[in-house]
Design a protein. Structure first.
Length: 277
């Protein structure tokens, strides 16, 4: 199990407690990206000496940290878990799906469970349609949930019954064979969009991703920065820049430019966005 922490030792402690309850046999590796709370994270580490801890001298971002943890991990499959997520089950359905896919010689790259979102999202919202410039703009506008019945939204109207565009990294089980075949995360993505980019690469190599209808985690987005207005603003900007980078890489410069212009306009005309300026 791979966890990249940033600030909020309280939420990290809850996360690790839930791992101890539901997956006590798991080998857990935690990478702490340097923050003003890293000294408190070290106190958490003292209480969980059975885990493997890495304290970075700088904040290297999510992709680079996950790549480093994956390279140091053993030969088994990779389980990502956000530090602000709390396990609600043992993920047996996801693990069985990967095993079954091996027996059937299926190219299943990754599986994710349902997510309980206290913010009001649907349990299947960690499964997303493949990104496009229109979907990225709709998502940034905040209308993704209202428009989920239409293909302009990246959200599905109901739990998907087959392969999905990509899966959020809040809780994600990745088959080691797929990771080795597709390669690590693109470290040009500091935070956000790296899992969508990896899923694109996986699909192009013939792999697919599925969501398993089993309880997985309780997770609120941006739980590590939601208590800090300045960091929340920075997170919003990182999301914007990561989407531009993703669209430029996978859809071309015109899509990236259109998204940049549209998101900038939304920042100015939407009250919720203006409050972040």
């Amino acid at each position: 199990m791979l966890i990249v922490s940033f600030r909020r030792p309280d939420v990290l402690r809850r996360c690790l407690d839930s791992v101890g309850t539901h997956l006590p046999e798991a080998t857990v590796s935690v990478w702490d990206n340097a923050s003003d709370s890293s000294h408190s994270i070290r106190e958490v580490a003292d209480d969980f000496p059975q885990h493997i801890w890495t304290f970075s001298d700088e904040n290297v971002g999510f992709a680079k940290a996950i790549n480093a943890l994956s390279a140091a991990a053993g030969p088994g499959d990779l389980l990502w878990l956000n530090p602000d997520a709390v396990l609600a089950g043992d993920l047996s359905g996801c693990r069985q799906a990967l095993i079954a896919s091996l027996d059937r010689h299926l190219q299943l790259a990754a599986a994710a469970p349902l997510v309980d979102d206290p913010g009001g999202g649907q349990p299947w919202d960690n499964a997303r349609r493949a990104p496009s410039v229109i979907r990225a703009i709709v998502s940034y506008s905040g209308y993704g949930r209202r428009l989920r019945r239409w293909p302009v939204s990246d959200l599905y109207p109901a739990a998907p019954q087959r392969a999905v565009g990509y899966l959020s990294g809040s809780c994600l089980l990745i088959r080691r064979d797929a990771w080795e075949d597709v390669g690590p995360l693109d470290e040009d993505f500091f935070l956000y969009a790296e899992e969508a980019d990896w899923a694109d690469r996986a699909r192009r190599r013939g792999w697919f991703l599925v969501q398993i209808p089993e309880p997985g985690v309780v997770h609120s987005a941006a739980g590590t920065v939601g208590d800090d207005r300045l960091l929340s603003r920075r997170s919003e900007r990182l999301l914007q820049e990561s989407n531009v980078r993703y669209l430029r890489k996978n859809n071309g410069p015109l899509s990236a430019g259109a998204y940049r212009v549209a998101s900038a306009l939304l920042d100015r005309v939407q009250r919720s966005k203006r409050s972040l300026l």
